[in-house]
Write a protein that binds this ligand. Structure first.
Ligand SMILES: O=C(CO)[C@H](O)[C@H](O)COP(=O)(O)O
Ligand SMILES: [Fe+2]
Length: 229
């Protein structure tokens, strides 16, 4: 996932034309995306349905080598680990609220050879992640209620990001929901280094320009933070 920016931008394809998923993903990578954030919803954990591992398996050869961060908004995430690794997913990000056996799920994902992401919904305190931090690769802080793209960014989630960054320098921290050029600076300043942007990118006629603007804004925010230190 090499980029000049310390922060990586991963477009969510939720608001893209899903009938052309392969082409849309290729286009986003050509426009400067660092990785792809693929939103899986099961109609149980969230009140919406998207797609599952059979679709991801078809998508994999269309964008070989691209990092797939699977945002698993599903109940019983452990049941989809095998299917996702077989489909070619790189990271399996599930929600701490979704299973009674978080450690068992983490172990299963690692054994399958994928990286582990663990997320919290807006109403869940960040402390819910703390017992698992040493076991995971990435913490996901949701800045919308999971289930739908195009919602308003919840800036009051930033203290969660700051809390994690102050304590865990090497942890990947992802922010997801409502992020675009007008607010990505706040997200980067708080300490996120993997930033998802869906509607702002895929809903634009010029996704390349939007991704460039996102990266520029992150660079400026980090530069400002360095100078203020
Ligand atoms: O997980 C998600 C919703 O549950 C999406 O990744 C997220 O909403 C990104 O889309 P947008 O930038 O349009 O909010
Ligand atoms: Fe997501």
């Amino acid at each position: 996932m090499a980029t000049s920016c310390e922060c990586k931008i991963g477009p969510s394809i939720l608001a893209a034309d899903l009938s052309m998923l392969g082409t849309e993903c290729q286009r986003l990578m050509e426009c400067g995306a660092d990785y792809l954030h693929l939103d899986v919803m099961d109609g149980h954990f969230v009140p919406n349905i998207t797609f599952g591992h059979p679709v991801v398996k078809c998508l994999r050869p269309k964008v070989p080598g691209v990092f797939f961060d699977m945002h698993m908004m599903v109940a019983k995430p452990e049941q989809w680990v095998e299917g996702m690794t077989d489909a070619g997913a790189n990271q399996f990000t599930f929600h701490v609220e979704a299973t009674d056996d978080v450690i068992g799920c983490i172990r299963k994902i690692k054994e399958a050879g994928m990286k582990v992401g663990l997320g919290v919904k807006p109403g869940t305190p960040v402390s819910a992640l703390v017992p698992y931090i040493e076991l995971i690769d990435m913490a996901l802080v949701m800045t919308v209620e999971p289930g739908f793209g195009g919602q308003k960014f919840m800036s009051d989630m930033m203290p969660k990001v700051q809390y994690l960054r102050q304590r865990y320098q090497d942890l990947d921290i992802e922010v997801d929901g409502g992020v675009g050029p007008s607010n990505i600076d706040v997200v980067a300043e708080a300490g996120a280094n993997m930033i998802v942007s869906g509607t702002a990118v895929t809903g634009s006629d010029e996704p390349r320009a939007v991704i460039n603007r996102l990266k520029q804004s992150v660079e400026e925010a980090l530069q400002k933070a360095r100078l203020e230190r």
